[in-house]
Design a protein around this ligand. Structure first.
Ligand SMILES: *[C@@H]1O[C@H](CO)[C@@H](O)[C@H](O)[C@H]1NC(C)=O
Ligand SMILES: *[C@@H]1O[C@H](CO)[C@@H](O)[C@H](O)[C@H]1NC(C)=O
Ligand SMILES: *[C@@H]1O[C@H](CO)[C@@H](O)[C@H](O)[C@H]1NC(C)=O
Ligand SMILES: *[C@@H]1O[C@H](CO)[C@@H](O)[C@H](O)[C@H]1NC(C)=O
Ligand SMILES: [Zn+2]
Length: 965
């Protein structure tokens, strides 16, 4: 699955500062929440019920006894092929319900004697034949046992058939089912998506099977290792087109049950997993091209989007990216076509269904006139991510969800390589530092983190599976695979990879299979040497959580490593077989000269090469190719800081960003002083590159979050204003007074930061500039004078500094937006207002799918929470309606955990900590689903914030006050 970006890159940052405001109103507002709670406590008229004093209901631990009590399928039956026919109805039935019907025949082999057939089936109404939910026949000479009884198990989502006698090992059988399901708008399984085109409501039937929703579409052995061939037929309205994983080979008109329909038959799929299936019926149109004379590449979307040429960019990069992977993997694209489709309702960012990739519109469609550079980059990287899966993940699939990190981490790493090939001028590979490495460092430095790799038996039910789709899997997976590729070198890594893919094509693996093939590649490369096997080295990174901070003392040459914990007082109760030491590959340089890679294999070591004196300096982890942080003795830090202030370009862009991010985090962990970290930002008045600036702003955002409700904020603002002013002036100059767009890709991003922060910090001329642009647009809604790159920032500040008129204008433009990315910018910007009543009204809108689409509800609440005025309102809102929100989004929704994360970001007082704990207690009976871990992390982070603020407030205030003079 593709990543979900709540705040599309380069949109989020400025919004935080822009939404900062005075807030006398906040305290009064929490009263509203208490009233809400009082209402919700107990049923009406049930005065005596006080849920807080009731003991929790006794929970007896559930011990699975019967085979159907287990969430995993027994290993007695193996599917070979399915014939599936589906008929979605795009009009409601007499009950007002949208449904689909279908039938399926699965051929399976019995590999272990059994008198039970257990197959997944969820929320399907199955037709009965002579009282049973299925028909069983034997193929070939197999004699068929008769069915004794059949029943459905709701909890484990099974259809179970008890037979009168046993199936014979080696024989083939055929199980036939007929079913009726709801085509709900729940974004799971075969579902319904609606949109308005030219004033007409249109309905699309589409699907999302990962991880456990294929079973909601037809009865199937719904585990990734249960690969089979699928023969698909879709029955649909004659005015629509049907798509699936394979190429359509035949469409005939027919009349079924008196209804005129088309029947589309698809070529048999390759041997594949159920979670990669896709079925779509729509009246969408396409553009297409042919790759290498035979491979059909198509982009599908709403008619209007295609007419506006919003699919052109996606089509133009798909070919090059496919070519890149064919070369990189040394394997041809495994299928006969590649469809990509943009859907109006979609939960994840994108889904790598084999041959029919589904996207959110913002992740596939790009309008050169209306979209920003950030939108374009997102399209490129998401396409690159999903296409990487066509081989890694789809052709070769991990056995079980516990190894999800390898699948997602891999795609999250190579997406940068594919995107770089398609857009070589962007320097996009550098951005993995910001978007993955630094991002996941923040999570993986908590004592509540977890190892990348989980044991198979730890991951069973759908909630546990969906919890695997987290930042650790995606971003840490990407970071450690990048490290591996760096120390093996890319050619060796690619060689091992290609051998792995070719060996296991159409089959399943466990993660150690990849290590074995990489090890073979190492051994077959003359001159290649690593200190331990790939397996051994990587175990240190995948089997224990966290990462080390490596400390180099340049006076003695001593090197030590230690588990890096953001909160030094946190207690790690998770044992590690390696005692939290790692095999650390260290690329480093001495006074600007690259040195030979050094391996730190113990807790401490001496490397006399790293001993320096005089003006010499050491910089380790060049280009952040390793997944660790670095600390030095104070002398070396001083030399690095003085290098930054005199000649910052002597260090690479990535390493400038790294020095800032490392020091800020080392300071958080009390390893170095806060002022040493703050000193790394002093040279920024001379910095013009995006990545170091962005790294600094992300870190300073923490200071803003912690202090924007205190007296420190004035001094912080004055300092940041002083630092950002030259950057603002720089862009004013290179854009010829804001009339041109900077040419360099990253300059375009940096301009956004410059304008956003300059306005937030009150740099002269900034707010006036923005207000005048927005006003021009309000006066002439058909002509938007704001460049797409700057729209997010401009909209947000105009709404922050404006009133209801600006807000309502944005709402109107939001409702009329035909481009999804424009709509999502406006949706984010509307959260920037400082008026509590507007924010509360906006929060209410998130519960009304006609106002805010369901897929956008939780992220809209998060946007509101980022606003200093909106934070307590969003918190109250979520607490008051937890039961409802949880029921709507909590069970297995990928985005859900981010809601808790987002809301609690600013929490830094004892009072807020108590509220959070109370919230946890009061909702134990409802549960937290995929947000369970996020809630624990929120409690841990809040505790750390409280301590940090107490310890740092005084000298941070002093430092900012002095440096802003
Ligand atoms: C399944 O479909 C294939 C291809 O149309 C056909 O050859 C085969 O007989 C079908 N099998 C069953 C059991 O219906
Ligand atoms: C399935 O059957 C149940 C019970 O009869 C009914 O309530 C439900 O609406 C049916 N589902 C569909 C999609 O018709
Ligand atoms: C690519 O695959 C071909 C055939 O499978 C093989 O001969 C060749 O050596 C491979 N190239 C690399 C770089 O692995
Ligand atoms: C898949 O892998 C298993 C185990 O390595 C092997 O026994 C089987 O033959 C393979 N199947 C295919 C279709 O390659
Ligand atoms: Zn993915």
């Amino acid at each position: 699955m593709g990543k979900v970006y709540y705040v599309s890159k380069n949109v989020g940052l400025g919004m935080l500062v822009l939404a900062v405001a005075a807030l006398a109103t906040i305290i009064a507002l929490s009263i509203a929440y208490d009233k809400e709670r009082a209402k919700n406590r107990g049923k009406p008229g049930d005065e005596a019920t006080d849920s807080t004093s009731m003991p929790p209901p006794p929970t007896t631990p559930f011990i699975p006894k019967e085979p159907w009590d287990h969430y995993r399928l027994p290993d007695s039956l193996v599917p070979l092929s399915y014939n599936v026919t589906l008929w979605p109805r795009l009009e409601p039935d007499a009950r007002g319900m949208f449904v689909f019907t279908g039938h399926s025949a699965v051929v399976f082999r019995c590999v272990k004697e059994t008198d039970l057939i257990i197959i997944h089936s969820n929320k399907l109404n199955l037709t009965t034949f002579y009282g049973h939910h299925a028909k069983l026949t034997g193929l070939g000479k197999a004699t068929v046992p008769t069915i004794q009884k059949s029943w459905l198990v709701v909890k484990t989502e099974y259809l179970v058939l008890q037979l009168h006698s046993r199936l014979a090992v080696g024989s083939l059988y055929l199980l036939y089912t007929e079913f009726l399901g709801e085509l709900a708008d729940d974004l799971q399984g075969f579902y319904r998506s609606e949109y308005i085109e030219d004033g007409v409501k249109k309905v699309v039937a589409t699907s999302q099977m990962q991880a456990t929703y294929a079973r909601k579409t037809f009865p199937c052995f719904d585990e990734p290792a249960m690969k089979a061939v699928f023969n698909v037929i879709i029955i649909h309205d004659r005015a629509t087109v049907a798509l699936s994983n394979g190429r359509d080979i035949d469409t005939v008109d027919s009349v079924i049950d008196g209804v005129p329909v088309s029947v589309t038959t698809f070529e048999p799929t390759e041997r594949m997993s159920t979670y990669l299936l896709a079925f779509i019926v729509s009246d969408f149109v396409k553009i297409q091209s042919t790759q290498n004379n035979s491979l059909l590449v198509r982009i599908w979307a709403r008619r209007k989007a295609i007419a506006d040429r919003q699919g052109d960019y996606a089509l133009s990069v798909t070919g090059p990216i496919l070519q890149f992977y064919e070369h990189y993997y040394n394997a041809t694209y495994p299928l006969s076509k590649s469809d990509q489709i943009a859907l109006p309702d979609f939960n994840a960012g994108a889904m790598e269904n084999w041959g029919l990739i589904t996207y959110r519109e913002t992740a596939l469609l790009y309008d050169p006139m209306l979209s920003s550079t950030g939108n374009k980059e997102r399209v490129t990287t998401v396409i690159s991510h999903e296409l990487a899966h066509m081989w890694f993940g789809n052709l070769v699939t991990l056995q079980w969800w516990n190894d999800l990190w390898l699948n997602e981490g891999f795609a999250s790493y190579v997406e940068y390589l594919g995107a770089d090939y398609a857009e070589p001028t962007w320097n996009i590979k550098d951005q993995i530092i910001l978007s993955d490495v630094h991002k996941v460092f923040a999570v993986d430095a908590l004592a509540s983190s977890h190892p990348l790799s989980r044991r198979e038996e730890e991951v069973n039910n759908p909630a546990e599976i969906s919890e695997m789709f987290n930042t650790i899997s995606y971003s840490k997976g990407a970071a450690v695979l990048r490290m591996l590729s760096e120390f093996l070198t890319e050619p060796v890594f690619a060689k091992g990879l290609s051998s792995y893919l070719n060996t296991f094509a159409f089959n399943n693996t466990v993660y150690t299979d990849l290590w074995d093939h990489l090890q073979k590649a190492v051994e077959n490369t003359p001159g290649m040497h690593i200190p331990h096997t790939v397996h051994n080295i990587m175990n240190h990174w995948t089997l224990q959580m966290g990462f080390p901070v490596v400390t180099i003392d340049t006076r003695t040459g001593s090197i030590t490593q230690k588990h890096f914990l953001l909160d030094p007082d946190s207690v790690v109760d998770r044992p590690s077989q390696f005692n939290y030491t790692w095999f650390v590959p260290i690329k480093w340089m001495k006074t600007g000269v690259e040195q030979q890679q050094y391996w730190l294999l113990q807790k401490t070591d001496i490397n006399s090469q790293m001993r320096v004196s005089g003006e010499d300096w050491v910089l380790a982890n060049t280009n952040v190719s390793g997944y660790f942080r670095v600390n030095y003795d104070l002398y070396n830090w001083d030399r690095l800081l003085s290098l930054l202030s005199t000649n910052h370009q002597a260090l690479s862009i990535i390493n400038r960003a790294q020095i800032i991010d490392d020091t800020f985090n080392l300071a958080r962990a009390k390893i170095i002083s806060t002022t040493l970290a703050l000193r790394t930002t002093k040279y920024l008045s001379k910095e013009r590159d995006y990545i170091p600036w962005d790294s600094a702003l992300r870190n300073l955002d923490y200071y803003i979050l912690m202090f924007d409700r205190t007296e420190v904020y004035g001094a912080l603002q004055a300092y940041l204003k002083k630092q950002i002013q030259p950057l603002f002036e720089h862009f004013k100059t290179i854009t010829a007074n804001w009339t041109k767009v900077p040419t360099k890709h990253t300059d375009q991003y940096n301009q956004i930061n410059a304008v956003g922060y300059a306005c937030g910090m009150g740099v002269e001329g900034c707010r006036e500039l923005i207000k005048s642009w927005y006003r021009q647009w309000m006066e002439n809604p058909h002509h938007n004078p704001i460049h797409p790159n700057l729209k997010s920032t401009v909209y947000c500040s105009a709404i922050a500094f404006g009133g209801v008129e600006e807000w309502d204008f944005a709402w109107r433009m939001f409702k009329n937006a035909t481009l999804a990315s424009e709509a999502s910018r406006l949706r984010a910007a509307m959260s920037c207002t400082k008026a509590p009543w507007l924010l509360n009204r906006y929060l209410e809108y998130t519960l009304d799918p006609t106002k805010i689409r369901k897929q956008d509800a939780t992220s809209t609440i998060q946007y509101v929470a980022r606003n200093i005025v909106g934070m307590p309102l969003a918190w109250n809102f979520v607490r008051a309606r937890w039961g409802y929100i949880f029921q709507q989004y909590g069970k297995g929704s990928f985005s859900f955990s981010n809601l808790i994360n987002g809301i609690t970001k600013r929490f830094s007082s004892e009072f807020e900590l108590q509220e959070l704990k109370k919230f946890k207690e009061e909702n134990l009976h409802v549960g937290f689903g995929s947000a369970t871990l996020a809630l624990e992390q929120a409690i841990e982070k809040t505790t750390a914030n409280i301590k940090w603020v107490t310890e740092n407030k005084a000298h941070v205030l002093k430092w900012f006050t002095e440096e802003s003079k």
